[in-house]
Design a protein around this ligand. Structure first.
Ligand SMILES: [Zn+2]
Length: 354
């Protein structure tokens, strides 16, 4: 059962409207919109890639995570391909996606960075949890979170309208392996879209989805109010966020403030420390760490030597209170952020943020 969200917790923010949803499902029928129809394109029969099994992390008795990379699992099956995006975007940092389940139904939040992993997860849910009905909700459009979509061509795949737009825009390049480089992958588009907010029910368990423009404009985070948990997609990463739209950093900071107002106590990202995830997740200090990083990225951009400043200089408070920890691979992410933010803001006055 899928209902438009009644009210977005934390109020409204840039690009947000409190009550607006284009997706609803009544009596088994999809309510079609222009976006829904445009995105309801069936892909050809997907190629299934094999791959190493993920590490299964039980978050609680109705949420399970599938962790791959960061040294926890075997090398990715495309590790031999020079410059492949699977290692760069997922395996090196570590990646996890989650499924919520109840009463034979599962809601899969993002579908992993490999088609083979997507199928492994679906099979696991069917065999160990007795799941017979799957609904997918995408966290955002990026390749490491949609590569498992081909395992769900018989299911409802829901995303923000903007996510669908991005996938349509980049589909040819993704399928040619030229957007992020190899490997090429099949794109299976969402067949239902919404805007801003949505609630999906598994029996009586309500699962909310909200748009936050932090890492990407189509960031779609998952909240389970009865658990007081937030599944942040790529909006929050341990060690630091990957900046893609440097001109949006002032908005990202405002969005982090809006996120902090959510009534949640525990946070689970898609790229984070598996031990933290395994032991109860992150607290709101994780949001503060991301905010500290964004504020420093912006405030220090005109200082000499900015482009070579170490990661530690941007999150001193977060490291002191152990909200996040330095994973060496994130120094590459940080270096990319410095270049991008510097190029955008070097000749532009910095807006007041604190
Ligand atoms: Zn990601």
């Amino acid at each position: 059962m899928i209902r438009p969200v009644a009210q977005v917790p934390g109020g409204t923010g840039p690009g947000q409207r409190a009550v607006e949803s284009l997706a609803s499902r009544r009596g088994g029928q999809h309510e079609e919109t222009a976006a829904t129809r445009r995105c309801a394109v069936k892909a050809d029969a997907p190629a299934r890639a094999s791959g190493p099994a993920p590490v299964v992390i039980d978050v609680n008795d109705h949420v399970v995570g599938f962790y791959a990379g960061r040294g926890l699992t075997a090398a990715s099956p495309v590790a031999g391909i020079e410059g492949n995006w699977v290692d760069r975007a997922a395996w090196d940092l570590g990646t996890i996606n989650y499924a919520v389940y109840k009463g034979g139904r599962a809601l899969v939040y993002g579908t992993s960075p490999l088609p083979g992993l997507g199928q492994w997860e679906r099979d696991y849910l069917a065999e160990t949890k007795g799941i017979v009905h799957f609904t997918v909700v995408l966290s955002h459009w990026q390749l490491d979170h949609v590569a498992g979509n081909p395992s769900y061509t018989d299911s409802t795949i829901i995303s923000l309208e903007l996510t669908c737009d991005y996938l349509v825009e980049h589909r040819a390049a993704i399928e040619a392996g030229t957007l992020w480089g190899p490997p090429a992958m099949d794109v299976v588009l969402p067949n239902m879209t919404f805007k801003d907010g949505l609630v999906v029910y598994l029996d009586d368990l309500g699962v909310e989805f909200h748009n936050f423009n932090i890492h990407s404009r189509d960031g779609n985070v998952m909240v389970i109010p009865s658990d007081k948990t937030l599944y942040a997609g790529d909006a929050l990463e341990d060690t630091v966020t990957l900046v893609l739209d440097p001109g949006d950093i002032p908005s990202h900071i405002a969005e982090l403030d809006r996120m902090r107002a959510l009534n949640v106590e525990r946070i689970y990202p898609n790229h984070g420390d598996p031990e933290v995830i395994r032991h109860g997740g992150y607290t709101k200090a994780f949001i503060d760490a991301t905010r500290e990083y964004d504020v420093n990225l912006l405030q220090r951009v005109h200082e000499p030597g900015y482009r070579t400043m170490p990661l530690e200089d941007f999150i001193p408070d977060a490291l002191a209170n152990r909200a996040v920890s330095v994973l060496e691979r994130y120094r590459v992410v940080h270096a990319n952020n410095l270049e991008l933010v510097h190029d955008y803001w070097k000749d532009t006055p910095i807006p007041a943020v604190s």
